[in-house]
Design a protein around this ligand. Sequence first.
Ligand SMILES: C[S@@+](CC[C@H](N)C(=O)[O-])C[C@H]1O[C@@H](n2cnc3c(N)ncnc32)[C@H](O)[C@@H]1O
Length: 221
Amino acid sequence: MGLIPNVVNLVGPVSTKCVLDAGCGTGWLFEELDPAEAWQCDLAPPPTRRPGVKSTREDITNMSYPSDRFDVVVSSLVLMWVSDLATSLREFHRVTKPGGRLVVALVHPYFAHAGYVVDDGFVINRDVSREQELSDYLISGIVGPLTYYHRRPETYYNEALRAGWQLTQFLDWFVDMEHYEQFAADRRTTTRRTGWVPTFTFFVGEKYPDKVGASGSRHAG
Ligand SMILES: C[S@@+](CC[C@H](N)C(=O)[O-])C[C@H]1O[C@@H](n2cnc3c(N)ncnc32)[C@H](O)[C@@H]1O
């Protein structure tokens, strides 16, 4: 609902660009975008939903791509599942061309798995002030068990800055409940949502030609 249009919008026009979907999951991104070159990777072999998409199996903390390879790196709902946030953001910076961009989507750190929806709001029943590992976590009750790393939003931003990213856009997305009620009725979903707190948060980083950042030289070239 709010994820796909926001990621597509933050990525911007791509007809002449080389785009990497890092941690692509089901590979939905390239059903929405048609870049000059489409690359996707994940820990498991990614599914190809469209001809021409190049897929590799990668750990985002240690990718096999050469440096300065992509115009845009997209990381959608991935960084919450990665223990080494700093290395992931440095790897994204390394493989991005100078002048390129990073688009990150996260479930909102202060509200994801922090509590529950009630009729007149949202009750937080977990301490969101400190970093925590929620182990044996099942996505939608099905995928897993995985470890979810709860971090404060500032941790993501500060690590991105330390990795050399110039942060240029931030967006919190809230469910529009009128629209959601129709959407939920059509899909017979039982998930309870609220428009009182943000569901997703997004940020964009740019790699300026004059910013060296903290990218390693392991794959220089
Ligand atoms: C919640 S899914 C999100 C998938 C997709 N990007 C989306 O927006 O729907 C998280 C994905 O991150 C991948 N992932 C987690 N840790 C990873 C790592 N270290 N390297 C590569 N992919 C990773 C998982 O395998 C999973 O496919």
